[in-house]
Ligand binder design. Structure first.
Ligand code: C5J
Length: 229
């Protein structure tokens, strides 16, 4: 594949056209804290098993993306060990007995360097893949993501990860306002709430793609000329 040749993916509300060399795969927060028992997601009262169906499609996509020599960026939500970047509002929100920074079965909840904060083994970043540590829901807030994308000539983002209505949606909106065209892949993004999964995706593609496009991993793998399995 010549990565400078444009490709087109079937998507809603209409085809998503991209030049692979100028398009990064942005994998949002596929961390143990959200996908495994004992982490932040479960602390908030969620059934974390609901997110696990996203792992295999992400793994297949990541393998294909790497094989094609395209750019991959991972993000992780979390805070400094001293919690100086944790707003009080975020710490006390939810009135949970367990809070960000407290010790849980996977280490201190949502704290950088702890086992629960790390990316799940199935999607573990390669050494040359940037990992953006973000304190907020959006991947552009208080990070160098925009600078990295600009320096690498990235114009478009294929966005996957969790959760659809929180960090994925916030990041897609932030990216849209900075001039990036985003494609969210419905089988590669996940929510603890089926209705938010549906609405989170509908909000992106409504009104002629007000925030971006929606497709799935099989369609983008087909565009890349790779099998879905
Ligand atoms: C949440 C995220 N849901 N990664 N974070 O708190 O979506």
């Amino acid at each position: 594949m010549n990565t400078s040749d444009p490709l087109s993916v079937r998507a809603e509300p209409y085809a998503y056209d991209f030049v692979p060399a100028r398009c990064a795969l942005l994998i949002i927060d596929m961390q143990r804290d959200f996908l495994e028992a004992g982490g932040f997601g479960e602390m908030l009262g969620n059934d974390v098993s609901r997110l696990r169906s996203t792992i295999d499609p992400n793994r297949r996509l990541l393998t294909a993306w790497r094989k094609a020599g395209l750019q991959v960026i991972h993000t992780r939500e979390g805070h400094r060990p001293d919690l100086t970047d944790l707003p009080r509002a975020k710490k006390i929100r939810g009135r949970s007995t367990m809070r960000i920074g407290d010790a849980g079965p996977m280490g201190r909840i949502l704290v950088r360097g702890e086992p629960g904060h790390d990316i799940i083994p199935e999607l573990y970043p390669l050494p040359d893949e940037p990992v953006i540590d973000k304190p907020g829901k959006g991947a552009f807030f208080a990070t160098d993501l925009h600078a990295i994308l600009q320096y690498r000539g990235i114009e478009k983002l294929v966005v996957t990860g969790v959760t659809t209505e929180v960090c994925v949606n916030t990041t897609v909106r932030e990216a849209n306002d900075r001039g990036y065209d985003c494609l969210a892949l419905e089988d590669c993004v996940g929510s603890y709430f089926p209705e938010f999964q549906e609405m989170g995706l509908r909000m992106i593609k409504a009104q002629g793609g007000i925030f971006g496009w929606v497709s799935d991993s099989a369609r983008i793998l087909a565009a890349l000329g790779q099998d879905a399995d």
